[in-house]
Design a protein around this ligand. Structure first.
Ligand code: DQA
Length: 147
């Protein structure tokens, strides 16, 4: 069974109350539940994590090597700032899918740049919680083909 790490970055623990006009009322716990349902339907093992700390996220990415087969990452605001997260993702040599709840390209110009994108096989943004589920479907297909 393939194993996926979903890694969430800063402020995503506040989903549900944080800027509901942008992110909706879905909580991170709701997203985790939806991801677990989809993962079990697709026959994927799932680890779901969140941290507000860049270094902790980097440690989790390093620890994924040899344990998980792919990473789905919503790096929150670190998406737009973190060369270190980019380097960590490239270093572990696992397929990465970048996800965002909002369409970062339709928001403020400072959100248009992603340091994660060059380390990822693809990016899904703008579909709310569905962005995560689409990433799971895409990875399931990819991992099935490469098995
Ligand atoms: C986000 C978009 C980022 O620009 C923002 O900093 C977030 C959430 C999203 O999922 O839409 O924290 O990654």
């Amino acid at each position: 069974m393939s194993s996926i790490l979903i890694l969430n970055g800063p402020n995503l623990n506040l989903l549900g109350t944080r800027q509901p006009e942008v992110y909706g009322s879905t909580t991170l716990a709701d997203i985790e539940r939806l991801c677990r349902e989809t993962a079990s339907m697709l026959g994927l093992d799932l680890t779901f994590e969140q941290s507000n700390h860049e270094g902790v996220m980097i440690d989790m990415i390093h620890a994924a090597k040899g344990v998980h087969d792919a990473i789905i990452v919503n790096a929150g605001a670190y998406t737009h700032t973190s060369v270190a997260l980019h380097d960590a993702l490239v270093s572990v040599d696992l397929p990465v899918v970048e996800v965002h709840l909002s369409n970062i390209h339709a928001r403020e110009p400072f959100r248009h740049k992603s340091f994660i994108a060059p380390a990822a096989i693809g990016q899904i943004a703008g579909f709310g919680a569905q962005s995560y589920l689409m990433a799971l479907h895409g990875l399931a297909e990819r991992l099935r083909k490469s098995a």
